[in-house]
Design a protein around this ligand. Structure first.
Ligand code: FE
Length: 192
């Protein structure tokens, strides 16, 4: 029996999305979508994050695996709004502890970019997409963002996202995280 069949059907779908599309380049960076997702999830795991936040870290850029736009869309001046696409898909199956940090990970970059030291450390492609995404937040936007119930999780996820761009870094495979996805799905199933 293929390993995917041992998992929740949504986990199996996610594994196959990574299998089919995970080799695509992560928008102008030196890592693939799969490497980026795995590095982000490992950082979350190392930080002892909750299973929901580890899953959110793994899936934060799932939108890039769902849309049909070229992976260099930002270089062509297109904001692919991948965070909304991912959130719409994830909402069908996962609790907000997973969905919200994913949905807010671009807003978190706009929030953190108010700090010039943070902004200076952004990679060139990330700085480029920041401008397409609206640039740093205004004071009013930042105050509203801080009041979001999932503010802390979104900012944490963002710091892992920014660090998950190391070429050649060894990580476990996507299947390592499949148990976390199953567990989080079962928890949200039981609350419906
Ligand atoms: Fe990312």
């Amino acid at each position: 029996m293929p390993e995917h069949n041992l998992h929740h059907p949504v986990t199996a779908k996610i594994l196959s999305l990574f299998e089919d599309r995970g080799d695509s380049q992560y928008g102008g960076e030196a890592v693939t979508q799969r490497e980026h997702a795995l590095q982000a999830a490992c950082l979350a795991q190392q930080a002892d994050a909750s299973p929901a936040l580890i899953v959110a870290a793994l899936l934060h850029d799932l939108g890039h695996l769902l849309h049909g736009l070229p992976q260099d869309a930002p270089a062509q001046g297109i904001d692919d709004v991948h965070e909304e696409l991912a959130a719409r898909w994830l909402k069908k199956f996962f609790a907000m502890e997973v969905v919200a940090p994913v949905q807010l990970h671009v807003a978190a970059k706009r929030y953190l970019s108010r700090d010039v030291n943070y902004r200076r450390r952004l990679s060139a492609p990330s700085e480029h997409s920041l401008l397409l995404q609206g640039g740093p937040m205004s004071d009013a936007e930042a105050a509203e963002f801080e009041a979001q119930p999932h503010f802390d999780a979104a900012v944490q996820l963002r710091t892992w996202d920014d660090a998950a761009k190391i070429a050649g870094l060894q990580t476990p495979p996507v299947t390592h995280f499949a148990g976390y996805i199953d567990r989080v799905l079962q928890e949200s199933d039981s609350c419906r």
